[in-house]
Write a protein that binds this ligand. Structure first.
Ligand SMILES: Nc1ncnc2c1ncn2[C@@H]1O[C@H](COP(=O)(O)OP(=O)(O)OP(=O)(O)O)[C@@H](O)[C@H]1O
Ligand SMILES: [Mg+2]
Length: 337
């Protein structure tokens, strides 16, 4: 699936809270870095998920190098504000003095959208950073955005600010540059992560419309995350249903997959419980499929399904997802586009 993103240098990832935005962003970043693309993963002034997932601690704005191809930074709004201010005043000392000033602090806290614009402007600075040959330093920048309700508002702030100032003055120019970058589908991609569940699917459909209407550009990709895989092929299903039916008749009341030491029948019902366990997993896969069909039906953006993986730590989940994204043959079967 990475091919769809290779020509996108700036990739924004959003989705409802808890659907796996950070994990998927980290997995994509890891996959791109493993493909030898210099990749920067950014968070927007939040409690950092990446620090845990990649085991580093971020000292400031300057991206930290996790490995040869992978970089990360959590964009603190205060540091971004100072960095932006620094471009308008002669020295960092003055910039820091301004932000320490009590009255200025109150003003900037109250001024709408200053945080969003300065954070996104810092994204632009990284986007424009070049190496010694004048080539872009980062092949890809991934931004783990806030939850979907806020993401469109967040991304639309530069355009709004540019409009409010009627394009006049240095801040309007800066906002205009950022807005242009966000609205350019040739270099920038917006990805929505969701779960195959009713609310997240409906929210993703709404989000796609909202991105179209507000940002004047499409949603590029939806990632349906944590999709349950059916434990058997569709062609074996009729046989399985038959066995299941038989088991239900032969072992009435046996439902649990788990071994219960108190249950006298536990040993003798092992096969029945195994069949019940598979029936349960089939039910989960069926239910996911229902919501996925709704998503395929209503969304014009391409959809990639990412399986739920069973790993013991977030870092291992990220590692596994990155191999799936690359198309590692041992995991490729579990990814269906
Ligand atoms: N494909 C997956 N398979 C298994 N577990 C997953 C998968 N994707 C995410 N998870 C797990 O789901 C949990 C939530 O993930 P994550 O923190 O990335 O969500 P988020 O959308 O960024 O949440 P928030 O809205 O709080 O920022 C984590 O425990 C993560 O390991
Ligand atoms: Mg997160």
């Amino acid at each position: 699936m990475l091919e769809q993103l290779l020509d996108k240098r700036l990739i924004f990832v959003t989705g409802k809270g808890g659907v796996g935005k950070s994990t998927v962003t980290a997995g994509l970043a890891h996959a791109l870095a493993r493909s030898k693309r210099r990749t920067l993963v950014l968070e927007t002034d939040t409690f950092s998920a990446m620090e845990d997932l990649f085991d580093y601690s971020s000292p400031g704005l300057e991206p930290i190098s996790i490995n040869e191809y992978l970089y990360a930074s959590n964009l603190s709004s205060e540091e971004c504000f100072i960095a932006t201010l620094r471009r308008f005043v002669p020295s960092e000392r003055i910039a820091r003095a301004i932000i320490k000033n009590r009255i200025a602090r109150v003003f900037f806290r109250a001024a709408p959208s200053v945080n969003e614009v300065t954070i996104l402007d810092q994204v632009r600075v990284f986007f424009e950073k070049t190496d010694d040959d004048g080539e872009p330093f980062y092949d890809h920048i991934l931004v783990d955005l806030p939850a979907s309700g806020h993401a469109v508002t967040f991304l639309n702030v530069p355009a709004t600010m540019h409009g409010m100032m009627r394009g006049i003055g240095p801040i309007a120019t800066m906002s205009g540059q950022v807005a242009e970058l966000i609205s350019d589908p040739a270099t920038t991609a917006i990805i929505a992560v969701c779960l195959p569940e009713e609310m997240p699917v409906n929210e993703t459909i709404e989000l796609a419309d909202n991105i179209d209407e507000t940002l004047g550009r499409p949603l590029d990709l939806a990632i349906a995350n944590m999709v349950h895989q059916a434990p058997l092929d569709a062609k074996n299903r009729p046989l399985f249903e038959e066995i299941h039916q038989q088991i239900r008749e032969d072992y009435p009341g046996v439902e649990s997959l788990f071994f219960d030491e108190e249950d006298e029948r536990a040993e003798s019902t092992a096969i029945a419980r195994l069949i019940e366990g598979n029936a349960l997993a089939l039910g989960w896969a069926d239910r996911d499929r229902e919501y996925l069909e709704l998503l395929y039906d209503r969304l014009s953006a391409p959809i990639v399904e990412v399986p739920i993986v069973y790993e013991s730590s977030g870092t291992d989940v990220v590692d596994k997802l990155s191999r799936i994204f690359i198309g590692d043959s041992s995991d490729a079967a579990s990814l269906t586009a």
